[in-house]
Design a protein around this ligand. Structure first.
Ligand code: ZN
Length: 409
């Protein structure tokens, strides 16, 4: 683990953190039974703001190798995510007039959940992902050719040397995952054709702050982006922001299109930047009260769970997610409160959650064990999960939704 003294985007000196979530285990580091007796590595988790380029970022770096080479998150386990990218791919095939001579590249292509949609349209694709276990699934199940690498400028140059340049690069929920975002954006600059676009989705820092989504902060997310910060990164790497929109996925994200400077940008970009300035996002005062609000949430959350336990209720959780790890680690809730965590992923079942060591079981266990309350750790997919678990609510089960507003449904 390495302390960061200067901004990972622009190199300016950094200030003291505006939020400190303590010393916690890695959010995706689920444990096998035989690992429960071992000392779990824990790392400081705190965020700071760069007053020069506006980038919100972690104050410490855990090596990406320790986090991404054996990855357990599969995008295909979320129906919301699948329909989100299916629609996007169909739109882009038409809008960008893609054909069998085009190339669509995805950085962090995971199990091929996105690129397989382009294959259906006859458009050649290339996935790039460092997790060999997930890349194998992408090739076998989705037929997506996948390069097992961390994408950066060198990898981009290597592809260009082989005559490969991209019409579209997708990078969804990955820009935050690289310690130096210039490596990724600089790589886009190398790999894109003159008219190409890089479609980037990142959780939006405005939603993080305004909706109190502190559980999206974990060691894998080195940076938290505003359009102001993204625009500074684009310019530093010879690109422009061509277009921007807010999308609902992951509790509120930005979809940003990067292109070469010869492309005409939408007027939405300048409007959006002005709106962010007006809201104070380019000013450290915007982040000042966040830590107090997060501490207040912790108090309320712990009090609610405690009062339910005092009444003799049983509580389990749904979604052994990274955000769930942050929530439970920070609020110090473990197996004394939660009987199990149900999760659809076979890679996670029969394991234990980081920190609290709560057993992870299949989602069928919800109906078998019928806990009185089910805490939705993946509250960003609350509607989807509540619909899937209709049988549970019909039998009187209740859902605890922790964020953006703590409530029982
Ligand atoms: Zn900076």
């Amino acid at each position: 683990m390495v302390g960061v003294n200067s901004c990972r985007a622009c190199g300016s000196p950094l200030q003291a953190p505006f939020l400190d979530l303590g010393v916690v285990p890695l959010a995706n580091n689920i444990l096998r039974r035989d690992q429960l007796q071992c000392q779990e590595p824990k790392y400081a988790l705190a965020t700071t703001y760069c007053s020069n380029c506006s980038l919100v970022q972690l104050t410490e770096n855990v090596s990406p190798k320790d986090m991404f080479e054996h990855y357990v998150y599969r995008s295909s386990y979320s129906d919301t995510m699948l329909s989100h990218v299916r629609k996007l791919a169909s739109e882009l095939v038409v809008r960008e007039r893609l054909n069998d001579k085009s190339l669509v590249v995805e950085v962090a292509s995971n199990d091929g959940y996105l690129l397989k949609n382009y294959i259906e349209h006859g458009v050649p694709v290339l996935g790039i992902d460092p997790a060999a276990n997930i890349a194998e699934i992408a090739e076998k199940e989705a037929g997506v050719p996948t390069l097992v690498e961390f994408f950066n400028k060198d990898i981009a140059q290597g592809l260009v040397n082989q005559g490969k340049q991209a019409d579209i690069i997708h990078a969804h929920n990955v820009l935050a995952h690289v310690p130096d975002p210039n490596e990724l954006i600089g790589g886009f600059s190398v790999l894109l054709k003159e008219t190409g676009i890089a479609v980037v989705e990142v959780p939006y820092v405005r939603d993080l702050i305004e909706k109190l989504e502190f559980d999206t902060i974990y060691h894998e997310h080195y940076s938290y982006f505003s359009l102001i910060a993204l625009n500074n990164l684009a310019v530093a790497n010879g690109l422009i922001i061509k277009d921007v929109q807010r999308v609902e996925i992951h509790g509120g994200s930005l979809r940003v299109e990067f292109s070469k400077p010869n492309v005409v940008a939408s007027p939405r970009v300048a409007e959006f930047l002005a709106e962010e300035q007006e809201a104070g996002i380019g000013d450290e005062g915007f982040y000042a009260l966040f830590a107090t609000k997060v501490a207040e949430f912790k108090q309320e959350f712990v009090k609610l769970l405690q009062s339910l336990k005092d009444e003799g209720a049983s509580i389990a959780a749904y979604g052994a997610s990274a955000k769930g790890s942050t929530l439970l680690s920070y609020t110090e809730i473990g197996r004394e409160t939660l009987d199990f965590v149900a999760d659809r992923s076979l890679l996670k079942q029969d394991h234990y959650s980081p920190g609290g060591h709560i057993p992870i079981v299949s989602t069928e266990e919800v109906l078998k064990q019928k806990p009185d309350y089910l805490l939705l750790l993946v509250w960003n997919f609350a509607d989807e999960i509540i619909a899937q678990q209709a049988g549970y609510s019909e039998q009187g089960g209740k859902f605890i939704v922790p964020l953006p507003e703590l409530k029982i449904i």
